[in-house]
Design a protein around this ligand. Structure first.
Ligand code: PLP
Length: 457
């Protein structure tokens, strides 16, 4: 039945998706809208235009069009590093001795080293089209900032990046890549913004968080003419751009009549996972197919598995709109674990609704077991994975080992979101046997939940 399946399934140029897929159009229960914390009414396009680009706002609010054309300029840029390969992990399967068939979609084949470029180039394009001078943003581990710097350089936009302090210090090389692409990089919290100064006062010595950096980047945008703020995850528009991953994956699988049983992705703000699974969730919603879809998060920042589904601020400084999502509370500052890209207190509203409706499941894993999987994978598949991506590897391996016990020949697909060359401090800790994991106590989470905004809609 199956044609011989190559190690890498590539797509022809004619097979490459020309539209993004907007799963919200097919969702029966739509994700809750962003609301204005002042009026407690859904944010209008006009209110959002203070912060975001117009075209991106239209995408953010669009719950009706299932397909949105990818502009030619973006398609052209995508051609430089896409389509990304869907790889059959033959070597890993053999090493594990599993009857399972494992595939991974590899998004690390570009200089920024992750999937983030898929949305960065789209956001830079719309900012340029609107005639802006530049954009401001935050970056956690640095992948988003790097991707955005590349995209801004391509379109000739200025790029101001607030980088979470722990990463700024741990990843000087990533900072230099951004500067090489022309970005200005500031460690956050900083004393260059009012909110940064406030956070420093309240938490002296803090290593920062994405939530803090977002507040600073938004303030930087609001105090400058010709700038808008852009965000690398969580938002509906970002998920939309990332569906290029899932659409390519689905086309590649169909080319060889492969039907996945389990689809796995790591979840920070949810953009890569949402992008990978959206087309499959769409099929599931329509009753055309059934898949197990698993979100994997760090035990130190367990938004899905231990969070509350509630309206919350997207940032620590409470300057952004409220989003209904699985959240640990916007004041929650996760311990400085090594998967910086997964240290966000909330989760994409789209994925939150899908999780709430039982269309996807979630699990959390500890840092040490994640690096065990990362090293195991690196040694047989040849790719040194990002710590974030390795969360998905961990669960893919666990599922494959379960198949070994039961003899089931399941087909497992996971998202390998990026490479880990800038994460060698983390690998060093692991190699020295010094990897620690701080898992928040129920008490700490309760304390954070108590500070959730009281919104009764
Ligand atoms: C940012 C990042 C993630 C997590 O972000 P999502 O928005 O949840 O996808 C995962 N992997 C890598 C390599 C990243 O850079």
């Amino acid at each position: 039945m199956n044609k011989d399946i190559p190690y890498k399934i590539y797509l022809e140029e004619t097979e490459v998706p020309k539209q993004w897929y907007n799963v919200r159009a097919d969702m029966v229960n739509k994700p809750a809208p962003l609301i204005n914390p002042g009026t407690l009414k859904p944010m209008t396009a006009e209110e959002l235009s203070g912060v975001f680009c117009d075209e991106l706002i239209a995408q953010e609010l669009n719950t009706t069009d299932a397909y949105i054309p990818i502009p030619d300029e973006i398609q052209k840029f995508y051609k430089m590093y896409r389509p990304s390969p869907l790889v059959r992990a033959y070597c890993l399967e053999e090493k594990l001795g599993t009857p399972a068939k494992i595939y991974y979609k590899f998004e690390g084949n570009n200089t920024s080293g992750s999937h983030k470029l898929n949305s960065a180039i789209a956001q830079a394009y719309y900012a340029k089209k609107q005639g802006l001078k530049g954009v401001t943003t935050e970056t956690g581990a640095g992948q988003w900032g790097t991707a955005l710097s590349m995209a801004c350089a391509y379109f000739g936009l200025d790029c101001l990046v607030y980088m979470v302090k722990v990463s700024y210090e741990q990843k000087p090389f990533r900072r230099e890549v951004m500067r090489t692409y022309g970005a200005t990089v500031t460690p956050s919290p900083s004393n260059t913004t009012e909110i940064g100064r406030k956070i420093l006062e309240r938490h002296p010595g803090t290593t920062g968080s994405l939530g803090c950096a977002i507040s600073e980047a938004v303030e930087a945008e609001l105090t400058r003419d010709g700038y808008k703020y852009v965000l690398g995850s969580v938002l509906n528009q970002v998920l939309l751009h990332q569906t290029i991953i899932g659409l390519e994956t689905k086309t590649a699988l169909e080319k060889y009549d492969i039907v996945p049983d389990i689809i796995i992705g790591c979840a920070g703000g949810g953009s890569n996972l949402g992008g990978l699974v959206s087309p499959f969730v769409g099929e599931k919603i329509k009753g055309n197919a059934d898949y197990r879809i698993i979100a994997v998060e760090p035990a130190s920042c367990p938004s899905f598995t231990r969070g509350k589904y509630a309206y919350d601020f997207c940032d620590t400084g409470k300057v952004c709109p409220l989003a209904k999502m699985y959240t640990l509370g916007s004041n929650f500052i996760p311990s400085p674990n090594h998967a910086g890209g997964l240290r966000y207190h909330g989760m994409s509203p789209v994925l939150s609704q899908l999780y709430h409706d039982g269309l996807i499941e979630a699990t959390s894993v500890g840092q040490k077991e994640v690096f065990d999987a990362a090293v195991q994978f690196a040694r047989v598949e040849g790719i040194l994975p990002a710590p974030e991506s390795s969360h998905a590897i961990r669960v893919a391996i666990d599922e494959a080992l379960r198949c070994k016990e039961t003899g089931e020949e399941k087909t497992i697909v996971f998202g390998l979101t990026g490479t880990g060359y800038f994460d060698m401090v983390a690998y060093g800790k692991y190699n020295d046997g010094e990897m620690e994991d701080y898992i928040p106590t129920d008490e700490e989470l309760e304390k954070s939940f108590a500070e959730l905004p009281q919104v009764n809609l």
